[in-house]
Design a protein around this ligand. Structure first.
Ligand code: C5P
Length: 233
């Protein structure tokens, strides 16, 4: 049973535990979920995840596993044992890695949602030339999302620009988790193409990853409330 009906996942992009816990303490676990990524997890580890969960938050553990199937399956079992709500792997790990990932979680009584990263949004056409990938970037996103779905994964991380095409091609029950979200009038920071929360939901997103517009706000709880209100308007 989910603790929140909000699609917002707040990205805790901090180098250590204390500011992450402080921010979490200012937010309402019935109003959002939290994302813990590589920087924070490498510094603060499972203990931080436990403390966030003790505050009643559902946690997306964004570690983007990519290794041989046996290793990724083990990492996912460890993540599941922590009780996290969502985990992810790189779809480019290929079919056997993806199938092993889905299988590792299949027998559990309340497994985390398992999603895939398709193409990193930091990559461009020039990277594809250098890597000798023959698909265009858009084709590769669709190919990898299709592969992930075929292997039993429940969704992908995607840019809001990709969301409407993916929603069309992958069907209504496939989770689309989209960063690059900025409320109207907010600073873009280093994000290049941004959509507002409402635009991203209209494009077919299931969950919105929002970092700095909430974490750097003078009043993070108010910033979160405003985003949630913009979605129910
Ligand atoms: O602060 P901001 O809202 O830009 O944070 C976005 C979060 O989503 C960060 O944790 C960032 O690493 C993550 N992310 C992203 N773009 C992707 C994948 C993840 O911005 N393609």
């Amino acid at each position: 049973m989910s603790r929140t009906s909000s699609p917002v996942i707040v990205a805790l992009d901090y180098p250590e535990m204390a500011p992450a816990l402080e921010l979490a303490g200012s937010l309402d676990p019935t109003a959002c979920r939290l994302k813990v990524g590589k920087e924070l997890f490498t510094a603060a580890g499972p203990q931080l995840v436990e403390r966030l969960q003790a505050l009643n938050f559902e946690v997306f553990l964004d570690l983007k596993f990519h290794d041989i199937p046996n290793t990724v399956a083990g990492a996912l079992r460890s993540a599941a044992a922590m009780g996290v709500w969502m985990v992810n792997v790189h779809a480019s790990g290929g079919r056997r890695m993806l199938e092993a990932s889905a299988e590792a979680l299949a027998g559990l009584s309340s497994p985390p949602l398992l999603i895939a990263v398709t193409v990193l949004t930091s990559m461009d056409a020039q990277d594809f030339v250098e890597l000798a990938y023959e698909d265009s970037l858009g084709e590769q996103v669709l190919r990898l999302a299709g592969l992930a779905k075929d292997c039993g994964l429940q969704g992908v991380v995607c840019s809001a620009q990709e969301a409407s095409t993916l929603r069309q091609k992958m069907g209504s029950s496939f989770a689309l988790v989209t960063p690059g979200i900025r409320p109207a009038g907010a600073t873009r920071d280093d994000q290049r193409r941004v959509l507002t929360p409402a635009e991203a939901m209209d494009a077919g997103s299931s969950y919105l990853v929002v970092g700095r517009p909430i974490t750097q706000a003078k009043d993070p709880a108010a910033a979160l409330r405003a985003i949630n209100a913009s979605l129910s308007a």
